[in-house]
Design a protein around this ligand. Structure first.
Ligand SMILES: CC(C)(COP(=O)(O)OP(=O)(O)OC[C@H]1O[C@@H](n2cnc3c(N)ncnc32)[C@H](O)[C@@H]1OP(=O)(O)O)[C@@H](O)C(=O)NCCC(=O)NCCS
Length: 331
């Protein structure tokens, strides 16, 4: 179906906590080494929240910056969608808390759980509401405080995560505007759900002394299996969206993949036959911030003027669920 209206990304913003934790800091806490972390993951440092920070605080800062970049006020927003798996609370949603902080109400606000694909899913949902003409300006946020879910008994996962938020304002655009979101692709496969899971805290395994003692509230991941599935599903999503839009990978100016492991990014790049200079990488500075890796990388690439008006950009993610998806846009 042809959309009634096009949408574009009118502004982006990011916020990362001030506290920097580098690999040497982790050496003091775990049986690990700076060398192992750098060579196996490409991570050098990551940000950890301060004691009084929650996801909505990070989201708020990123949202303010995105609004400013889009030249809009919070009251101009028609909807707020937050992609997160580390909300302030199970309920109310972080989107509602964020709306309160922004001083807005009487518009839809909800969280969306799609693991590290949260920003891609949330952007795609926002896009549908704009293309039907229902809404004009939608705030989309990817925010995560995964450091509260770290299992410090598991060095294989403990070193991988950081905290951060990225936001984008999606706006209805004029038909003659070159900037627009061209397509989105979403997918999932629940059969692999147990490879990447926070077991306790939900209705399947409610919080108990036993569940806390057994570390069931922390993140569990089978890294090796996830690695292969990440490459395979992100490659499939990129190829599908390129084919559907009759585009060769050579036409893509920038690829922004989810930042989970530099080796995943590198392998994906090789499989797609994209020039490595066109792949945006931020994993060295922020590690894996789950649903916020893509909006943070997008914001940095825009603000540093790597991405310029008219550039063709491909965003692709993969995460718990398992979920995957991509967004193709002309900036
Ligand atoms: C987690 C990950 C970095 C592990 O890398 P890997 O190369 O697969 O490493 P392995 O798990 O096979 O472990 C290799 C060795 O390193 C060791 N090791 C694991 N973590 C370590 C650490 N932090 N420091 C030092 N050694 C470590 C293991 O114990 C193992 O030792 P052994 O050979 O003596 O048994 C990698 O699998 C990965 O990035 N997976 C996907 C992550 C991802 O996508 N996550 C989010 C999804 S959105």
């Amino acid at each position: 179906m042809n959309p009634l209206y096009d949408a574009k990304i009118a502004g982006t913003g990011k916020y990362v906590p001030k506290k920097i934790v580098n690999n040497l800091d982790l050496e003091k806490k775990l049986d690990t080494s700076d060398e192992w972390i750098r060579t196996r993951t490409g991570m050098w440092e990551r940000r950890y929240k301060s004691e009084d920070e929650a996801s909505s605080d990070l989201a708020y800062e990123a949202a303010l910056r995105a609004l400013e970049a889009a030249n809009l006020k919070a009251k101009d927003l028609d909807m707020v969608v937050v992609g997160t798996i580390s909300p302030d609370h199970s309920f109310p949603s972080t989107a509602c808390i964020l709306s309160k902080k922004l001083g807005i109400k009487d518009i839809p606000a909800f969280d969306l759980s799609a693991g590290c694909s949260g920003f891609i899913y949330a952007t795609s949902v926002a896009l549908q509401f704009i293309s039907t003409g229902n809404y004009k300006n939608v705030l989309v946020v990817g925010v995560e405080i995964l450091t509260t879910l770290i299992n410090w008994q598991d060095r294989g996962t403990a070193v991988l995560f950081g905290d951060g938020a990225g936001a984008a304002i999606l706006t209805r655009t004029e038909r003659n505007d070159v900037s627009k979101i061209l397509d989105s692709d979403l997918s999932s496969d629940g059969t692999f759900g147990e490879l990447l899971i926070q077991e306790a805290g939900g209705s399947r395994c409610p919080a108990s002394i036993e569940s806390v003692k057994n570390n069931k509230h922390t993140l569990y991941m089978e890294g090796n299996k996830i690695f292969k599935l990440a490459v395979r599903s992100m490659q499939a999503s990129c190829e599908k969206i390129l084919k559907r839009n009759n585009l060769d990978i050579k036409k893509i100016d920038w690829l922004i993949p989810h930042q989970a492991n530099f080796r995943i990014i590198e392998t994906l790049g090789k499989k797609l036959h994209i020039d490595s200079g066109k792949v945006i990488v931020t994993i060295d500075k922020y590690a894996n911030t789950s649903s916020s890796t893509i909006p943070i990388a997008l914001d940095e690439a825009i603000k540093s003027k790597k991405i310029r008006k008219g550039d063709l950009v491909l965003l692709v993610a993969f995460g718990a669920g398992l979920t995957s998806g991509s967004i193709l846009l002309r900036f």
